[in-house]
Design a protein around this ligand. Structure first.
Ligand SMILES: [Ca+2]
Length: 291
């Protein structure tokens, strides 16, 4: 959902806080009440935290997680984790998104339409059940699935635990990623993610529709009822969880989702970049109308 190229907030806002003091020692492990304004990626020094302090930070994170009820399996997720410089490089390299809707949708949608239509057919019974239960049209779910990971084909190669731990320690967005680290340890603890094999995008998104750990905890569901939530391998869990996210964020059954219609605001909850949200809406419309 929080697709890597869209993580930065608006250019003007970022510039305004480019000189804000760095508070790498912030100790808040709870999600911020309001969306923080982050330091502008390319203006934040790469080496703004002391790498030597990373093991102590991990120890602190374990203590905090234990205090929150995370058991041995979750705590062990941080064993042997090292700071990932390549994650910081990716973070600092984030450019402000400048493509227009026409450019972006033109690049993303036509090459995926054929396989998306196949997926609509292959998964028709599941998608129908999801639409009945959650009120979210199949086209929306399949559009998101295609845009995020090409229907599960490309999940990414970064260690999820290492990425999240690195960003939680780094100076730019600790207020976002420390709560994500707590959520991730919880997911591992309950057996829904294997830390040794969990791989994904550089910013720690999980599974076929790229849930951040906090969204995983709040919205992911065991839709195939096998006793665990698997957003990496179980298509029913992936699609059901994605629909549950949209429903939980206020999706109105039977209402439109184009800009200006009630459900467009819900698509923006998935990704607040307007061009991306409009592309989901457009892709879904193509799939729903068959045109
Ligand atoms: Ca399951």
């Amino acid at each position: 959902m929080m697709t890597r190229i869209f993580v930065t907030t608006a250019f003007a806002i970022n510039l305004a806080v480019a000189l804000a003091p760095v508070s790498a020692s912030a100790q808040n492990w709870d999600p911020p009440q309001t969306e923080p304004v982050y330091r502008y990626a390319t203006k934040t020094p790469h080496n703004c935290v002391d790498r030597a302090g990373f093991p102590a930070f991990l120890a602190q994170a374990r203590t905090e997680a234990q205090r929150r009820g995370v058991g041995p399996r979750g705590l062990a997720a941080l064993n042997g984790i090292t700071f990932d410089e390549s994650v910081v490089s990716r973070d600092r390299g984030q450019k402000v998104f400048t493509q227009t809707f026409e450019e972006f949708s033109g690049r993303m949608v036509p090459p995926r339409l054929g396989i998306a239509r196949q997926k609509m057919q292959q998964q028709a019974p599941l998608l129908k059940r999801i639409e009945q239960q959650f009120g979210v049209p199949a086209g929306i779910i399949v559009a998101v699935w295609g845009l995020e990971t090409d229907f599960g084909a490309f999940l990414g190669t970064f260690s999820t635990v290492r990425s999240i731990a690195t960003l939680a320690y780094d100076c730019r967005r600790p207020e976002k990623f420390r709560p994500e680290l707590m959520a991730l340890m919880k997911i591992v603890d309950r057996g829904d993610l294997d830390p040794a094999t969990a791989k994904g995008a550089w910013a720690g998104e999980i599974g076929q529709t790229q849930f951040m750990p906090s969204s995983f905890v709040n919205y992911a569901i065991d839709y195939d009822r096998d006793g665990r939530i698997d957003l990496v391998r179980s298509v029913p869990d992936v699609l059901g969880s994605t629909a549950n996210f949209f429903k939980s964020k206020g999706w109105q059954r039977g209402q439109g989702w184009q800009p200006g219609q009630p459900n467009f605001a819900v698509i923006l909850e998935w990704n607040k970049a307007e061009v991306y949200a409009r592309t989901i809406a457009y892709f879904a419309e193509r799939l729903e109308t068959g045109r």
